[in-house]
Design a protein around this ligand. Structure first.
Ligand code: CP3
Length: 344
């Protein structure tokens, strides 16, 4: 079994398997070259040849233990019919879903057609991995945003600092909010199942804003949907592991194990060893190097990497960052990081 999948199967693999969130992206000159050929980011995510190419780029440089489909968590709301635009220097901009009319505009029946190019990308990636000799050792991860984080972008209309609109909606319009969460939960199951059918070998749910919720709302809108999604996928694909990433969950990370996921992504600010102690021994932890330590390089990178390695040793563990790699990261620092991890 591939090292990454062994760790998700509950094995303490050493040195640990390693991949990096956002490992394909703007820090790589070869990514920027492909990106320059398409006018907009959605166009890149819906061009199977190009999306496949940028998925494989980081494997060629670093031979990671996992590849992750090149797409975005906002492609699912886009497929449901919600607007999506990526503005230069501003990030994603979406219409603000705040009422019945916004809800009525979502159409789950159109999703499978709209995501067809993404499934073609998944097939091309597996074929490319075979052709280029990665497929015996590297696993392909499919992913979706978790319903709450996707809802954050749909309700806030893009990024946010306070998340006042979505938290307000969860409290003041609970029925409408629950319908939005149910629609996203059901669509996510179908979207992730289609990725497995196309060749994804593991799945990840990105809940980047899970940590803005109160414990009650965290149980309702982070744990419950992740549990439903995981159970539905495991019923169909018992051998496909699921990783959850409830970012900024803090002490709620222990309760998150109720979701039944095989691995939990830990963010940069959380003590990896303490988080691991709150999880069942067979659940893999994934994380949690500070992406800024990779920008810095040198002694800072070494000190921080050693601390993460020591914290993960002796249990199922996948080395990763605590959040996505950032554009100013020098590619040679990623090479230095991999040398440290593989020499552990
Ligand atoms: O390499 C990979 O990890 C695979 C592809 C991937 C992207 N986004 C590509 C991307 C994945 C898994 C994501 C997840 C994602 N997208 C998350 C969850 C993880 C996290 O970072 O918290 C979130 C919240 C998004 C939403 C999103 N997409 C934002 C806020 C932005 C703008 C900010 C930014 O980083 O540019 C994006 C755009 C985006 N998604 C880019 C990439 C490579 C940059 C777009 C470009 O090249 O112009």
């Amino acid at each position: 079994m591939k090292r990454f999948l062994r760790a998700l199967n509950g094995e303490a693999v050493w040195p640990p398997p390693v991949w990096l969130m956002r490992q394909a992206g703007r820090y790589l000159p070869e990514y920027r070259a492909v990106r320059a050929q398409v006018p907009d980011f959605v166009g890149l995510c819906t061009s199977p040849d190009k999306a496949c190419e940028v998925t494989l780029q980081p494997l060629r440089r670093y031979n990671f233990d996992a590849a992750i489909l090149f797409s975005d968590i906002l492609m699912l709301p886009w497929a449901l019919g919600h607007g999506l635009e990526f503005k230069e220097g501003e990030g994603p901009v979406l219409p603000k879903l705040r009422d019945e009319a916004g809800m009525a505009a979502l159409d789950p029946s159109r999703v499978s057609d709209r995501v067809a190019p993404i499934m073609e990308t998944v097939r091309l990636i597996r074929a490319g991995m075979k052709k280029e000799g990665f497929d015996d050792t590297t696993a392909l991860i499919g992913f979706a945003g978790a319903p709450f984080t996707v809802a954050c972008y749909m309700v806030e209309g893009g990024g946010s600092k306070e998340f006042a609109a979505i938290r307000g909606m969860a409290y003041s319009q609970p029925a409408l909010f629950q319908r939005l969460m149910d629609t996203l939960t059901e669509a996510s199951v179908e979207y992730l199942a289609a990725q497995v059918e196309a060749g994804a070998e593991a799945l990840m749910l990105f809940d980047s804003w899970a940590g803005v919720l109160s414990p009650n709302l965290f149980r309702q809108h982070v744990i419950a949907p992740a549990k439903r999604i995981t159970a539905a996928l495991k019923a169909r694909y018992p051998h496909v592991p699921v990783i959850g990433f409830p970012r900024l969950a803090g002490v709620m990370v222990g309760a998150y194990a109720e979701t039944g996921v095989d691995g939990v992504g830990i963010d940069t600010g959380t003590d990896l060893k303490l988080a691991a102690s709150m999880l069942p021994a067979h659940v893999a932890v994934q994380g949690n190097l500070d992406p800024l330590a990779v920008v810095a390089g040198g002694d800072a990178l070494k000190t921080e990497t050693t601390a993460v390695l020591n914290a993960g040793r002796g249990r199922p563990f996948i080395f990763n960052l605590g959040h996505g790699i950032v554009p100013p990261t020098p590619p040679e620092n990623v090479a230095a990081l991999l040398e440290l991890v593989r020499g552990a």
